[in-house]
Write a protein that binds this ligand. Sequence first.
Ligand code: GRG
Length: 322
Amino acid sequence: MNTQVFEQALQNLQLEHHQVFKHETERATFDLKTYLSERKNQVEAALKQSITVVYPEKIYEAMSYSLLAGGKRLRPILCLASCELSGGIVEMAMPTACALEMIHTMSLIHDDLPAMDNDDYRRGRLTNHKVYGEDIAILAGDGLLAYAFGFVVSKTKEVSDTNLLQVVSKLSYAVAATGLVGGQVLDLEFEGKQNIDIETLNFIHAHKTGALLEASVVCGAILAGANDEVLQRLSRYARNIGLAFQIIDDVLDVTATSEELGKTAGKDEKAQKATYPSLWGIEESKRQARRLVDEANVELIPFQDKAIPLMAIAEYITNRTH
Ligand code: GRG
């Protein structure tokens, strides 16, 4: 990492690189690709075990169809990384990591419905309602959402009840009208309207996309018993990467193919959605995403070497191709 904002922050703090990253070699040799792939495999294995198909099979199959359809598993991985940064271990955070993916998947199932974004493809396969019908797709989403909360409570081990309650509360507000639902309502309201200002666009995405990403990072730290100062820092990191993530999502909708994305590309323009590229253009959008990632990583400086995975994930967010 060698970007202006980050370097400037080090200068302001009168710190040299080697003072932040005590084990420069560890940082230089950190292999994000291997890290992400190992974490993803752990999450996939836990998700596979999370749902047992029983009677009435149809609904469990519909839930599993979308939950086990791949995806980057970014939210669970952020949760695990944040838990480890805060001194916890992967096992403490895995049930919450799975619940985050259940909630995220339910939001994708509902987002793809004809009444919302109306899409036929997601994660490289037909959307849930295209396979199971709208009625079952709505119920599969409902089933995943409700199950996620029970799963966290019943499966989490070695975490105090107080911390667990805080996690449940955080997840709830990230989903509710204070989070995803509120963001989606405004997103629908502004569809086809070009007179949106940047504050409203930011509000939509801070809620629709950012809230669950922030909950992913903060819940990992809560599970590990992090103090308020750490939680605040990680929350600012996550809010910045959340917006950067959405900016790049909008850019990829213009620049990537449907095959690369595993969903229909070019949808935003077709739906006449106001997006970051439509407000700023592609190049400025990328610059803004870069700036947000730098600002996110500045928050992690005090954690020194322990922050290497989260810093690398923030970098990945701006460089990703799908
Ligand atoms: C949550 C109760 C409740 C209802 C849902 C439909 C809805 C309300 C909200 C929409 C939320 C939504 C779909 C936001 C978009 C977030 C986003 C950028 C998704 C893509 O995430 P990736 O790229 O996808 O991480 P993968 O497939 O890799 O997991």
